[in-house]
Structure formats: C-alpha cells, structure tokens
Design a protein around this ligand. Sequence first.
Ligand code: NAP
Length: 247
Amino acid sequence: MMLKEKIAVVTGASRGIGKAIALELAQAGAYVIVNYNGSKERAEKVVSEIEQKGGKAEAVWCNVSDGAACEAMIRQVIEVHKKIDILVNNAGITKDSLLMRMSEADFDRVLDTNLKGTFFTMHYAARYMMKQRSGAIVNISSVVGVSGNAGQVNYAASKAGVIGMTKSAAKELASRGIRVNAVAPGFIDTEMTQSLKEKVITELAKQIPLGHLGKAAQVAKAVRFLASDDADYITGQVLCVDGGMVM
Ligand code: NAP
C-alpha cells in the first residue's frame, strides 16, 4: 500500500491505459479520481471495479481540452479532499493522416487534447502542489514523440511537446518538492490500436525486440513506480515502456 492516503487524479481513465493506471494506483492504496470525457458509464464501471477490490475512487467529468473545465475539476478535488498528491495526464486521441492530407482541424484537436490538456491540468494542479510542497506528476507521452511516425505529424508533435513540457515543469517545480516525469508507451493493446489491421500489427510486432504488443497493465506499473516515493530521486525523465522499440 505504497500510495495509502494519496489523492490521485488520472485523466482519461474510463478505458485503456488510463483505466489500468487507475486500477493500479487504487490497488496501491490511493484514492483515485477517475476522469472521463465521453464515457461516463465506463468510468463508473472502473470506480465499481476499484471498490469491489477494496479501493476508493470516484468518477469526475472533464474535457481536458477545456481550460475552465480543468480548473473546475482540480478545484473540486481540493474542496473535497484538501490536497492532490498525484496527477497522471493520460487522456489522449489520434486523428491520423498523411501530412499533405491533414486538416488544420485534426491538427488542432489532437494538440488541444494531448498537449494543451496536459498543460491545463498541470497548470492548475501545480498551484496546490506548490503550497503543499509535494506532488508527483506523470505525463503519458509516446515513443512516437521520440522517434516520429509517418501519418501522425499531429500526434507525434503533441507527444514530443509533452516531453518538452515535462522536462521544463520538472526544472521549475523541483525546488518545491514536485517531481514531473513522462512515460512513453510503445504499441499497447487498447482501443486506440485495435483499429489497426492485423497485417499492420504483425509488421509492427517485428520492430519490437520483445516481439509483441504491450498491455495497459504493464504501462500502469511504470506509472505507479514514478508516482510513488520509490522514485523520490527521479524527475524530468522519460521512461519508455515499449518492449525495446526505441533505444
Ligand atoms: P484509448 O483506449 O483510446 O482511451 C483514451 C482515453 O482518453 C479514454 O478514457 C478517453 O475518455 C480519454 N479522453 C480522450 N479525449 C479526452 C478529453 N478531451 N478529456 C478527457 N478524457 C479524454 O487510448 P489508450 O490507448 O488507452 O491511450 C491512453 C494514452 O496513452 C493516450 O495519451 C495515448 O496517446 C497514449 N499512448 C497509447 C499507446 C497505445 O499503443 N495504445 C501508445 C503510446 C501512447 P472518454 O472515452 O471518456 O472520452
């Protein structure tokens, strides 16, 4: 129970990697705010699953691309729980197409959710973490933000941006006892990757030294580590959970 009595916010926790992170942090003893945007019922199911296992959680709506909604979510957490110990910025979307065909709207939607959303929640949560003089922020980037990927200039830009923002925030906030790290997953079996054709998945797997796609729970374990005091001398780092894809 490494995270006993910790208050953790996980964005985009209604499914996929975010859900796995919420379950993992709750299992380690944290009270988890399960954020969702469109999937209210699924977020409530995540809360039920946590409670059935003896943990504590609640579902809270917030569209992370909306700054006012992020401010309201963080303010609500503080009003109810009086503190925020852990913030995991996991909410993310893709709108893939080749550079020549990509619309400005698809570029903006991905940047607004993945990059600006991470900025908004950090911006509002950091205020309280600075007063507390403690906190751990884990931002979910992607190996694509490190290596690039054809058909994903918007997504790769957003995830590279998350890495730059993580390192900058880590430098700004370190003196206040706040650590900021990123986890960069490789190809993980979630709804985001399930739309890929079988042939594409087989080809992708060939580029992974460990030979297969990862599981959301494997990413969640890395997040739990970085969020815990076991990582109390680690800040500004990017931990790839990718079966060795990027090294
Ligand atoms: P997913 O299954 O598509 O789930 C995405 C989650 O993000 C959902 O819970 C969704 O919530 C939430 N979300 C989307 N837009 C949101 C918004 N505006 N406000 C709040 N929540 C929002 O994706 P995933 O595969 O679990 O990915 C999770 C994170 O890992 C993303 O940041 C993704 O870029 C990153 N990642 C994934 C992979 C991979 O291979 N799967 C690899 C590298 C990085 P609602 O349904 O409630 O809207």
